[in-house]
Design a protein around this ligand. Structure first.
Ligand SMILES: Cc1ncc(COP(=O)(O)O)c(C=O)c1O
Length: 412
């Protein structure tokens, strides 16, 4: 059977893309998207409409409650499609990636014994490090998977040396929110599975840029924050049925253990946020140039995002490379293997000063350790000033990068 060749979706005009985002009508350049992205107007409208029209508790028999229950169920189903999780596991929604990872670590603590081991990558945001590190108080052995300061990578060889028969979890980021490089999740997951352990992948810095595909990577757990993917302040944790099976979620004792995801959704999640999440669908359809809400639409929409983002990434990296006193933190890859999250330091000017001077020009960027404290320490980066981080997504424009370069050029 021959499979049909993959047809790249047409890239829409940037102006048409931006017209979906009310906040982009101003002349402010949002270049701090790794902190949080802007939302399409349809997302904001859906949150308002939900609160005006069906802001009631779930599970009752009257019309508003039936509609509200459906919104929350549909949001879970949509995120499952977004992560390509359908049929292999479930998605828990919650307030933040940090809180979901703490819930997960606590659930594991109930079944682990003293001496069991967890490996955390040094490239992690603290969300996927501190949630596991706290378990050392209960006798869990924590091992750090070190980053190589030359390559900015945590290598498979060094992971091999750390894995033992007591390893339960290897926790690592798909993309570091400081380095920007996409790691080979499948290769790491295969290695960890061979050792009989599970992976917890932080996809927060990956998800705004490429389509999540938990099925093809074979991961056990994968988490991302929806407020960085053009949606409301929430987060989503995928787990396979097998990964959930031994665990008991923290929700009330009378909720059955196998009531997944509800058992892991402590109290109420944001119902209006669920309405906002769902409203991302028409935007994805627009990007993909398709009329149906299916997996192909998700994949095509993210291909379009990549196509829009890559030239901006290249332009900024080439400018930074031309500055002798600038050190790019990370590989600074201009191709598909990195996302548009670009960090750098200057040999004599502090990141604080650079960032302040740029911010004053109606351009939003950021300095600091970005909560990747362990990574900054390993790389010898001053924790107070940290790096200057410019983070792009598909709705940014070449003109915005030109404006940034114009401001940075005399400073650097
Ligand atoms: C890579 C990464 N992981 C985790 C987080 C934490 O996300 P949340 O604010 O949803 O807890 C962030 C936030 O910036 C992040 O960049």
């Amino acid at each position: 059977m021959s499979s049909s060749p993959h047809v790249l979706p047409a890239i829409p005009e940037r102006s048409a893309v931006r017209s979906w985002f009310p906040s982009l009508k101003s002349d402010f350049a949002f270049l701090e998207n790794a902190g949080g992205s802007q939302v399409p107007g349809v997302v904001a409208d859906a949150i308002r409409d939900y609160m005006v029209e069906r802001y009631v508790q779930l599970g009752a028999g009257y019309r508003h409650s039936i509609e509200a229950t459906k919104v929350v169920a549909d949001a879970h189903a949509f995120v499952e499609r977004l992560m390509n999780a359908e049929g292999i596991g479930k998605v828990v929604l919650g307030g933040s990636t940090t809180s979901l990872l703490h819930v997960l670590a606590d659930a594991y603590m109930d079944i682990w014994e003293a001496g069991d081991e967890v490996i955390i990558a040094e490239t992690n945001h603290e969300a996927n490090a501190g949630s596991w590190a706290k378990l050392t108080k209960r006798g869990i052995v924590l091992k750090t998977w070190p980053v190589d300061p030359e390559t900015y990578q945590c290598s498979l060889e060094s992971l091999k040396e750390l894995l033992t028969e007591r390893t339960q979890i290897v926790a690592f980021p798909h993309v570091s929110n400081l380095l920007g490089e996409i790691v080979d999740v499948k290769a790491i997951t295969d290695l960890v599975h061979e050792a009989g352990a599970k992976v917890v992948v932080d996809g927060v810095a990956y998800a705004p840029h490429r389509a999540i595909d938990v099925k093809s990577w074979g991961v056990d757990w994968y988490v991302y924050s929806t407020y960085k993917v053009y949606g409301p302040h929430m987060a989503a944790l995928f787990g396979t049925y097998e990964a959930f099976e031994p665990l008991t979620g923290p929700n009330h004792f009378f909720i059955p253990k196998d009531s997944i995801p509800y058992k892991f959704e402590l109290g109420s999640i944001s119902h209006e946020g669920c309405a906002g999440l769902l409203a991302l669908q028409p935007y994805l359809r627009f990007l993909a140039g398709r009329e149906v809400d299916d997996r192909q639409t998700v994949e095509s929409a993210f291909e379009v995002m990549t196509g829009l983002e890559l030239p901006l990434q290249t332009k900024l990296l080439r400018f930074l490379r031309g500055k002798k006193s600038v050190k790019i933190i990370g590989l600074g890859d201009e191709g598909c293997n990195s996302v548009g999250t670009i960090s750098f330091v200057h040999e004599s000017i502090s990141s604080i000063e650079i960032s302040d001077r740029v911010d004053a020009c109606n351009i939003g960027i950021r300095f600091g350790h970005m909560y990747a404290v362990r990574l900054c320490e390993a790389l010898g980066i001053d924790l107070e000033a940290g790096v200057v981080r410019v983070s792009l997504v598909h709705y940014n424009t070449p003109e915005e990068i030109d404006r940034l370069i114009e401001v940075l050029d005399p400073i650097l």
